[in-house]
Design a protein around this ligand. Structure first.
Ligand code: PBG
Length: 328
C-alpha cells in the first residue's frame, strides 16, 4: 500500500523530506526610526515593534546581526512640523532619516539597508502622493519621488522601496538614480500593494494615516490595488519588470498568498512578501488571549509565506522567529 505516513514517522525523516525552510537570509526586519535620543517605545497596536531613536536602532541592528538577520527596512516617524503638502522634507539634507541612514551604514557596512519611498510620512494630508482638489496627482508626485530617491541613495541606502503605487515610478526613479551616478542602488518595488485594512498598526506607529478632512480622500483606493483583483497584479509586475525593478513585492502577504504564487510562477525576479503590521498584530492578540500558541502559529505563518513562493519576507516577527529558531 502507498503509505505517505512513512515519510512522517520521525522528526529525522520529517527534516529529511522537508521542502521549505525559513532561514535568517530570507528575513527583512522593519525598524521604526524616530528623531531624538533614548527613545524606545513599544507600538501599542503592534506590541512586537518599537519606535526607536537612532541610538536604540543601532543596538537593535547589532542584536539582529547576532541572530543572523542582515537586512533591514527603515521607516521614519516625521514630526508634524516637518510635514507639508508636497513632502519637501523627504529630500532635505537635514532630514534625520537620511542622516541616520548614513550613520547606520557607517557602523554596519555589511547590512542591506532598505528605504521607503512615498510621501505619506511627510505629507500633511497623510497620502502617498500630492493631493489637489481631492485627487492624488500622479505625475507631479513622480518628481518628488525622484528627488527623494536620489537623496536616499546619496544617504547610503542600498535598496529603495517605492511603496506609493504611483504609475511610472520605477522608471522615473531608475532614470534619476542613473543620471546621478547611483547605478548600483537597487529598487525593491511594492508591485502589488493592495488597499488593505491590515496597515492600521503601521499607520499608528508612524502617525501617517490619511487625515480626517472632507477635502482629502479618506482611503488610498485610487492608487493601491483593489483586494478583489488578481490579474491586475500581473500588469503591475510586468510594468515594474520593464521599468527596471530588481525585486517585486506583494503586500500584504498572508491574505494574498495566491498573488505571491502567481508572481513566482510568471516572473524571474526575486519575489518579496510583506507580512504587514495587522497580520502580525492578529496573532499577538490571539496569543495574548490564550487562544493560539504563538510559538507554533508564528513560524507556521512565515513558512506558509515561503511555501507560497516568497523569496524574501519582510516581517515584524523576524527577530522573534530567529530567537525561537536558535533555541531549537
Ligand atoms: C507607506 C507604507 C505603508 C506600509 C508600508 N509603507 C502604509 C500605507 O500604505 O498606508 C504598511 C506596512 C505595514 O502595515 O506593516 N506607503
Amino acid at each position: 500500500m502507498r503509505r505517505p505516513r512513512r515519510n512522517r514517522k520521525s522528526e529525522s525523516i520529517r527534516k529529511l523530506v522537508r521542502e521549505n525552510k525559513v532561514t535568517a537570509d530570507d528575513l527583512i526586519m522593519p525598524l521604526f526610526l524616530t528623531d531624538g535620543k533614548n527613545i524606545n517605545k513599544i507600538v501599542p497596536s503592534l506590541p512586537v515593534a518599537k519606535r526607536q531613536s537612532l541610538d536604540f536602532i543601532l543596538k537593535e541592528i547589532a542584536s539582529c546581526l547576532k541572530l543572523g538577520i542582515h537586512s533591514f527596512i527603515l521607516f521614519p516617524k516625521i514630526p508634524k512640523k516637518n510635514k507639508d503638502k508636497t513632502g519637501t522634507y523627504s529630500y532635505d539634507p537635514d532630514n534625520f532619516y537620511l542622516k541616520s541612514a548614513t550613520k547606520i551604514k557607517k557602523k554596519f557596512p555589511q547590512i542591506t539597508l532598505i528605504s521607503d519611498v512615498a510621501l505619506d510620512p511627510y505629507s500633511i494630508d497623510g497620502h502617498d502622493g500630492i493631493v489637489r482638489n481631492g485627487e492624488i496627482i500622479n505625475d507631479e508626485t513622480l518628481i518628488v519621488l525622484q528627488k527623494m530617491s536620489v537623496a536616499q541613495a546619496k544617504a547610503g541606502f542600498d535598496v529603495l522601496g517605492p511603496s506609493d503605487m504611483m504609475d511610472g515610478r520605477v522608471e522615473m526613479m531608475r532614470v534619476a538614480l542613473d543620471a546621478s551616478g547611483f547605478v548600483n542602488t537597487s529598487i525593491m518595488s511594492y508591485t502589488a500593494k493592495y488597499a488593505s485594512g491590515f496597515y492600521g498598526p503601521f499607520r499608528d506607529a508612524l502617525d501617517s494615516a490619511p487625515v480626517n478632512d472632507p477635502n482629502i480622500p479618506k482611503d488610498k483606493k485610487t492608487y493601491q490595488m483593489d483586494p478583489s483583483n488578481s490579474r491586475e497584479a500581473m500588469i503591475e509586475a510586468e510594468l515594474d519588470m520593464i521599468e527596471g525593478a530588481d525585486f517585486l513585492m506583494v503586500k500584504p502577504a498572508v491574505h494574498y498568498l495566491d498573488i505571491i504564487a502567481r508572481l513566482k510562477d510568471n516572473f524571474e525576479l526575486p519575489i518579496v512578501a510583506y507580512h504587514v503590521s495587522g497580520e502580525c498584530s492578529m496573532l499577538i492578540a490571539a496569543a495574548k488571549k490564550g487562544w493560539l500558541d504563538f510559538d507554533v502559529v508564528m513560524p507556521e505563518t512565515l513558512l506558509s509565506i515561503k511555501r507560497a513562493g516568497a523569496d524574501q519576507i519582510i516581517t515584524y516577527f523576524a527577530k522573534a522567529f530567529m530567537t525561537l529558531d536558535s533555541k531549537k
